[in-house]
Design a protein around this ligand. Structure first.
Ligand code: 3PY
Ligand code: MG
Length: 259
């Protein structure tokens, strides 16, 4: 039986978009509830812009695994050592922001894959519990199930997307439409739904398909997520826990006020 930790690679490859929740609030049970109560197929834990620290992240990973879903933390910029620690804790993949060239991609991947593919050091004690694998089986399977997502969110990254995709240990790109809009407009505007970013989103997907690799993307709403899913993105992370809270609160209050 495939454990929840190993499901990400399988579920992203079935031809349909895997919709993921996105959490930034520093309370692990929020990720656990979203994994258990909702239809999300995965949970992203945002350590770059969210308030989630390492300990919170490891607790969230365990709760999400208990709900039968995979977790994909996003690390802070350049904190590749944290990627190894999160994989030890049972993360199914890692999203690394601001990967701008082949060397960024190579360093990121090397912290996520065991030799000979990379330089990840041994010590996955919680992951062994959560996957239910013996150490040797874990070692044999980890490089295959761990998904590395290199974020493409600058002009430089977009220009070098083929170089980034060509790195062996990189399994997928992950598009950040907001930063990409800032980068592509040379800092003139935040316009994640604009024409230039829309064209870049189609281009990035085409390049990843040409490289035989997967692609993920951030969607600020369910409508945008549907659009990206139809385009062919394999992982679509939706909104955030704060957005869900605000939307739910607003809808309830509106219903209450209309009574
Ligand atoms: C971006 O849009 O820049 C992201 O990083 C998604 O949160
Ligand atoms: Mg970003």
């Amino acid at each position: 039986m495939t454990s929840s930790v190993e499901k990400l690679a399988r579920d992203m490859g079935d031809g349909k978009a895997l919709f993921s929740a996105w959490c930034g609030l520093p309370e692990p049970s929020i990720a656990g509830y979203l994994a258990r109560e909702s239809g999300f197929g995965a949970v992203v834990l945002d350590m770059q812009h969210g308030a989630i620290d390492f300990l919170t992240c490891t607790r969230a990973i365990a709760l999400v695994a208990a709900a039968g879903k995979p977790c994909v933390p996003r690390i802070p910029v350049g904190e590749f050592a944290t990627a190894s620690r999160l994989l030890d804790a049972g993360a199914s993949g890692i999203i690394a922001p601001m990967i701008n060239d082949r060397e960024d991609a190579r360093r990121f991947a090397s912290f996520c894959k065991f030799p000979p593919a990379g330089e990840r050091s041994w010590g996955p004690h919680p992951a062994i519990v959560l996957t239910g694998l013996e150490p040797n089986a874990y070692f044999a399977r980890a490089n295959g199930y761990v998904r590395t997502f290199a974020m493409i969110e600058t002009r430089q990254a977009l220009d070098r997307i083929d170089d980034i995709l060509a790195v062996d240990g990189i399994d997928a790109v992950f598009i950040g439409p907001s930063d990409l809009s800032i980068g592509l407009s040379n800092g003139a505007r935040l316009d994640p739904a604009g024409a230039e970013v829309t064209a870049a989103i189609a281009h990035a997907l085409a390049r990843s398909k040409a490289a035989g690799k997967a692609a993920g993307i951030y969607a600020p709403s369910g409508e945008k997520a549907a659009e990206f899913g139809k385009l062919g993105y394999g992982l679509v992370a939706i909104a955030s826990d704060i957005t869900f809270l605000r939307a739910g609160a607003a809808a309830m209050l509106k219903a209450a006020a209309s009574g």
